[in-house]
Design a binder for this molecule. Structure first.
Ligand SMILES: *[C@@H]1O[C@H](CO)[C@@H](O)[C@H](O)[C@H]1NC(C)=O
Ligand SMILES: *[C@@H]1O[C@H](CO)[C@@H](O)[C@H](O)[C@H]1NC(C)=O
Ligand SMILES: *[C@@H]1O[C@H](CO)[C@@H](O)[C@H](O)[C@H]1NC(C)=O
Ligand SMILES: *[C@@H]1O[C@H](CO)[C@@H](O)[C@H](O)[C@H]1NC(C)=O
Ligand SMILES: *[C@@H]1O[C@H](CO)[C@@H](O)[C@H](O)[C@H]1NC(C)=O
Length: 477
């Protein structure tokens, strides 16, 4: 890999204020060119000097200046580079002049200026093809006025800036947990927007019309760390929405079930495939899910759901659910109707309060291939459990309180990985059945993760090497 591309970057030391001149960097501290990336991440730069022209510069598509201490960027500082991705994330930038991007106008596609100190979205009107902008975690509020009456010293998402950006942008990420207090009305210029992510929103309610402008283009909406009291009713106006995430800040807000209304979910019935409602204080599976006939992935992680009613299972059966995640909830049992969701492939019950699996809690989910029970206080799995889980290949029982190798795994004809890491399995001769089972069904590729409690050996080795020396034929049971 040629490293002919030498950057002229200079670093102000902390003593600028004492009048020292910028010191040229020594070899050890300049950027690194790796593949298509000019990597200047984590270099403690507080200043960038204009780059010199090099004949091989067209090879590089990304300039990564993240995690430095940049505050001011000079005019045309990146010319004559030809990069399409510029990463200025995690610096100390409070202002970006429009002429900073001079030279990159025809190349820039993706700009990340997240985690800085901007109060105003930078003017990128010179950049002709910007598709992706991330400015989250900057103290940018929505502009209070829009259009012609905006004064010249106004901050926020300015009308002329958003209008220019709207010609090309497809993905926008913004938001600040405290400073974003007004919804930016100028978002209505973004008429090609496909993906909108808001990380941090200090607003209780969104008014009708807030999403005006991109109702026919948006495919993904993510609102996290929000203080909204309910999912905006206007989500029902998106005609193509495939993915929705909504998470509030807990535990400050205890919203419960009332934050969902039927109507918007009814209109998303045919498009929505992925729904994430993490950390929202739901105590049961929201009934509105029953409208989502195309739903494939549902996450309710971090909600205080203690049990799942049979009725909720019937709601889920109306969807096309293959991936269900209920991690970090308060579940005490595996809902026994779960096997009736015929489309289910992946189940995540990690970090709940499940202590036993018995009475056919989990059977007949014939398509299920991955099951996680990690981090539950699980002590006991009945010998006759896991029947009918004929597709299950991966079962994660790590960090549970199991002390015996669970016999129910014999009921899994296609199991490939049993994870028992972080458990205290007693390795004694009455485990000989495991050896016999593996031999009998030629489970040569079965991987067992974890260590014996009583002796210093992995479960896999113990089973392979020691168990066969145990007395007795080891009856399958
Ligand atoms: C910018 O760099 C940060 C890490 O320094 C990374 O997390 C982020 O994904 C990068 N942004 C883009 C657009 O690649
Ligand atoms: C960020 O910039 C401000 C001035 O704009 C300065 O006071 C502060 O020390 C800088 N912070 C860091 C971490 O460089
Ligand atoms: C989705 O809902 C609309 C009206 O809300 C209805 O006309 C349509 O038949 C529904 N589609 C399905 C697949 O249920
Ligand atoms: C929900 O909370 C957990 C734990 O605090 C966190 O790891 C996760 O990122 C949160 N999810 C969202 C979507 O904010
Ligand atoms: C159901 O989901 C599967 C993928 O899991 C997909 O191939 C299929 O087209 C979906 N069916 C409907 C009706 O959405």
């Amino acid at each position: 890999m040629s490293v002919a591309f030498i950057m002229i970057l200079t670093l102000f030391t902390a003593v600028i204020s004492k009048g020292l001149r910028p010191t040229p960097l020594t070899d050890g501290s300049v950027c690194e060119c790796v593949g298509e990336v000019i990597n200047c991440r984590d270099r403690d730069f507080s200043f960038v000097e204009p780059f010199e022209f090099h004949s091989n510069q067209a090879e590089f598509t990304t300039l990564d200046l993240s995690n430095n201490r940049l505050s001011d960027l000079g005019r045309s500082v990146f010319s004559p580079l030809e990069v399409s991705t510029l990463n200025l994330s995690s610096n100390n930038i409070s202002h970006v002049q429009a002429d900073v991007f001079n030279g990159l106008q025809r190349y820039l596609r993706r700009i990340d200026i997240s985690h800085n100190r901007l109060h105003t979205l930078p003017d990128m009107s010179q950049c002709l093809y910007v598709q992706f902008v991330d400015v989250h975690d900057n103290p940018i509020d929505g502009s209070l006025t829009a259009g012609v009456q905006a004064s010249s010293n106004e901050e926020g998402f300015l009308d002329h800036v958003m209008r220019a950006l709207g010609r090309t942008i497809e993905e926008l990420t913004f938001g600040h947990e405290t400073m974003l207090q007004h919804w930016p009305k100028t978002l209505d210029h973004l008429q090609r927007l496909k993906k909108l992510s808001i990380i941090g929103l200090n607003i209780d309610m969104l008014f009708t019309g807030s999403f005006h402008g991109y109702e026919y283009t948006l495919k993904s909406l993510r609102i996290t760390n929000a203080k909204l009291q309910q999912i905006p009713v206007d989500i029902g106006h998106f005609h193509l929405l495939e993915e929705l995430s909504f998470s509030t800040i807990v535990p400050k807000y205890d919203l419960g079930i009332h934050i969902l209304l039927d109507q918007p979910f009814q209109t998303l019935n045919e498009t929505l495939k992925v729904l994430s409602l993490e950390n929202n204080s739901f105590t049961e599976i929201p009934s509105q899910i029953r409208f989502l006939t195309s739903l494939q992935t549902l996450s309710l992680n971090g909600n205080p759901i203690e049990s799942i009613a049979d009725e909720s299972i019937s709601f889920l059966r109306r969807t096309n659910l293959s991936d269900l995640s209920l991690a970090n909830c308060h579940l005490k049992r595996i809902p026994n109707q779960l096997g009736h969701i015929a489309t289910l492939c992946k189940l995540d019950f990690s970090f709940n309060k499940i202590s036993v699996i018995e009475s056919g809690d989990l059977s007949n989910a014939g398509q299920l291939h991955t099951l996680s029970l990690k981090g539950n206080p699980l002590q006991f799995i009945g010998r006759a459990e896991f029947f009918g889980l004929n597709s299950l290949t991966t079962v994660d029982l790590s960090d549970t309180l199991l002390s015996e190798f669970p016999r129910a795994v014999q009921n899994l004809p296609n199991v490939k990985l049993i994870n028992l890491a972080g458990t205290r399995i007693e390795c004694i001769c009455n485990m000989r059945w495991v050896f016999t089972w593996i031999e009998m069904f030629q489970k040569t590729t079965l991987e067992i993760v974890g260590n014996c409690e009583s002796i210093d050996q992995s479960l896999q080795d113990y089973i392979k090497i020691r168990l066969k020396t145990c007395p007795g034929p080891g009856i399958l049971g």
